[in-house]
Design a protein around this ligand. Structure first.
Ligand code: ADP
Ligand code: MG
Length: 714
């Protein structure tokens, strides 16, 4: 019924995806390298690199009304300039405009710059007013000496782009300027959405949306931009999410064309291995574990590869579900592999599983980057010969030189650390040429995540997967008692830790950044570590953060687990899966900077043992109302799904924590959480396009996902 409004750019016309950034004026190989560092390779990438905020430089502000914290353009005559020697040497330039006098202050300046700022010259500056010695001053403003009084002002808002070291805003502006001109001239970004869609959703064209966001008019709503609900943003996010959804669906279709070993559950009822394993456990499966296990077993019995995601809150017992799946493969003479995202987690799984399964006569192997030399050869040999039945490890499992004998199941634990492309690479690893008419044979795949996401998002984030949810915790858990506390009570909290550790308990102290950052006022893990060492004498204190080598991290975690350390100062690296049952107290500093999903994951590190556990959210006062409301949800509930839904609900202006903080997948410009309201429409239209305009799928995927590894596999 509905045809695309314009035909997709055929290979004959200029395709901005094929124009490297080096084609732009002023972009040499060095700059191109910097741009590549932020994933900008071609002109289209550059056009998709959107500003994250804007400045209004369209009006001149009288110096007399300049205020602290105000971003403004001023224009005036230079009264005089001098190098002054305060605590730091600086160049101070006085400027007047008839309404007042202000000073420009430069801590870094060249001789040429100093000469340029002559008395009497007319200068136009842009900067942020700050209280200084001489009243409100401008520190390191952008400026230009102007010859004519009536030099034109900017007539649009000025974009501020995400940048990187050595890549300046001015450069990004001239580059995007050229890219926009190129786009206007080539008209090479045809609308790929069916016109019926654009009409119904009242979408402007892609070209207009990009033009608008790169150079908005003065009257554009900055508030809408900030929250991400501006129609131009929605237009772009919609198309990107749509392309992503279509890509995942296509991946799934491709996977369904392949064969997999059919591994039905042992008859009658459960197989021997499964039965013995369950008998050996001191508890019975929860209803949720049973239900999900059944769903998995049914998938594995089919002759097509299982692609199933298990979402289950921290502590819901996902490992056991994975083990049961592994046993099902092993009973049929296949191998199973369990991959964890970190050395610490992999080793923890290995130790637990070996303890559980070795008594049953199973051969459990472990492979990580840490296993080297002779030991590595032994493990690899066991994997290749098929002697190793269950193999636990890190990414190391899927390096080129590693081979399996007969891999029937791959389990990926804590999936959000792995991208789609890694899932695909994994699958290739266990593939073998098929005997029948189907494509090659793939192992079954089970993906486990402890990041519960709202149901509305599951659909699109994991459109290539079937989903199971373990929505029940094993009985007997006491929920973690969560307390909100202002950092003015930091001293009391530290005393509490002292007491707890003296009683033989263990505690985590989580800091959200590793280095001191003036502007964000985040407490640094390193500073806290030093502080605690001074304050808490006689307590073993460890520090763990992302910059440590995996080896060092594992050693520290080990010492904590063994009880050699009582207090662990950590950045968010401890977030995933680590199990230290004796740890019953956690303090999280600046929790207001984190998404609720992440807070929930962190909190899940405590409350794993018998003692009552506490989590103190030590926020930086004062807290906004919305932030308070968000954090209080952590107090209300220990249910990850509930928390995820609420997190989505109460995102308001200024509280837009992007996907980055939730650990979910990342897009060029869409944001799964921010753009959640688009989801139902995306699914609807994607299915419509699949049915009615399948010719649009390829160009859409190419536009948004070309270059990404997952595209290469479709
Ligand atoms: P997660 O879902 O976070 O990976 P785990 O699989 O690590 O959770 O399980 C957490 C703890 O709960 C483990 O110590 C495990 O032995 C225990 N457990 C799992 N299933 C049950 C159950 N049905 N009853 C009681 N304890 C269970
Ligand atoms: Mg786990």
């Amino acid at each position: 019924m509905s045809a695309p409004s314009i035909k997709p750019a055929s290979s004959g016309t200029l395709d901005l995806q094929n124009v490297p950034v080096t084609e732009l004026k002023g972009v040499g190989p060095k700059l191109a390298e910097k741009l590549a560092g932020i994933h900008i390779h071609n002109v289209l990438d550059l056009l998709f690199h959107l500003p994250f905020r804007y400045q209004d430089r369209t009006r001149i502000t009288p110096i007399g009304s300049l205020n602290h914290g105000m971003e403004a353009v001023i224009e005036g005559d230079i009264l005089g300039s001098a190098v002054v020697f305060g605590r730091r040497r600086s160049l101070l330039v006085k400027v007047q405009d008839g309404t007042g006098i202000t000073s420009l202050r430069f801590y870094h300046f060249s001789a040429a710059q100093k000469n340029n700022l002559q008395d009497g010259a007319r200068i136009r500056c842009f900067g942020e007013g700050r209280w200084g010695k001489s009243g409100v001053e401008l520190y390191h403003p952008e400026y230009e000496i102007i010859a004519h009084q009536d030099k034109a002002m900017a007539d649009r808002l000025t974009p501020i782009y995400p940048a990187t070291e050595g890549l300046h805003q001015a450069r990004l502006r001239t580059m995007t300027e050229q890219a926009l001109a190129m786009l206007a001239k080539s008209r090479s970004l045809p609308d790929l959405l069916p016109s019926s869609l654009s009409q119904q959703l009242k979408f402007i064209s892609l070209e207009d949306a990009l033009g608008y966001l790169h150079r908005p008019p003065v009257d554009a709503s900055l508030n809408e931009f900030e929250v991400g609900t501006h129609p131009a943003q929605a237009r772009l996010a919609f198309e990107e999410l749509l392309a992503n959804y279509l890509c995942l669906r296509r991946l799934r279709e491709a996977a369904d064309k392949h064969a997999a070993p059919s591994l039905p559950e042992g008859k009658p009822g459960k197989g021997e291995l499964t039965k013995h394993t369950l008998d050996a456990l001191p508890f019975t499966l929860t209803n949720a574990q049973q239900r999900v296990s059944k769903e998995i077993a049914r998938d594995m019995a089919k002759p097509t590869p299982m692609l199933r995601l298990v979402q289950g809150d921290v502590g819901s017992g996902k490992t056991l579900v994975a083990v049961l799946a592994a046993l099902q493969a092993i009973e049929h003479g296949y191998q199973a592999a369990i991959m964890a995202p970190t050395e610490i987690l992999a080793e923890q799984h290995y130790l637990n599983l070996e303890q559980l399964l070795q008594p049953l006569g199973l051969d459990v192997a472990f492979l990580s980057g840490k296993i080297k030399g002779k030991q590595r050869n032994i493990v690899m040999e066991a994997m290749q010969s098929g002697q190793a039945q269950l193999i636990v490890g890190t990414h190391a499992l899927f390096q080129d030189e590693v081979a399996f004998s007969k891999l029937g199941l791959i389990v990926v634990d804590e999936q959000h650390r792995f991208g789609v492309h890694q899932r695909l690479a994994l699958r290739e690893k266990g593939s073998s040429p098929s005997e029948g008419s189907k494509g090659s044979t793939y192992p079954h795949q089970l993906i486990m995540t402890a990041t519960p996401i709202p149901r509305t998002l599951t659909m699109s984030a994991y459109a290539d997967l079937d989903c199971s949810i373990i929505d029940e915790l094993p009985p007997g858990r006491t929920p973690v008692n969560t307390i909100l506390s202002s950092d003015t009570r930091r001293g009391e909290i530290i005393e509490r830790i002292q007491k707890a550790c003296a009683d033989g308990k263990q505690a985590y102290w989580v800091c959200t950044l590793i280095e001191e950052s003036e502007t964000l006022q985040l407490q640094a893990a390193e500073a806290t570590y030093t502080e605690m060492q001074l304050l808490l004498k006689g307590i073993g204190i460890g520090l763990i953060h992302g910059r440590l080598k995996p080896r060092e991290k594992a050693d520290i975690m080990h010492a904590f687990k063994q009880g050699e350390l009582q207090l662990l100062i950590a950045t968010t690296v401890i977030e995933v899966g680590v199990d230290v049952p004796n740890a019953s107290l956690m303090v999280i500093e600046n929790p207001e900077r984190l998404g609720l999903a992440q807070l929930h994951q962190l909190r899940g590190r405590v409350g794993r043992g018998r003692t009552e556990s506490h989590c103190v959210l030590l926020y930086k006062a004062p807290l906004s109302d919305v932030a308070k409301e968000r954090l209080s949800i952590m107090r209300q509930s220990n249910d990850g799904f509930f928390i995820a839904e609420k997190d989505l609900e109460i995102r308001g202006p200024g509280e837009v924590l992007g996907t980055r903080q939730t650990g979910l997948m990342e897009f060029k410009l869409a944001d799964l959480m921010r753009d959640a309201h688009l989801q139902p429409k995306i699914k609807l239209w994607a299915e419509k396009i699949r049915a009615e305009n399948p010719e649009l799928i390829e160009p859409l995927i190419k536009r948004w996902l070309a270059g990404s590894e997952q595209y290469g596999h479709v």
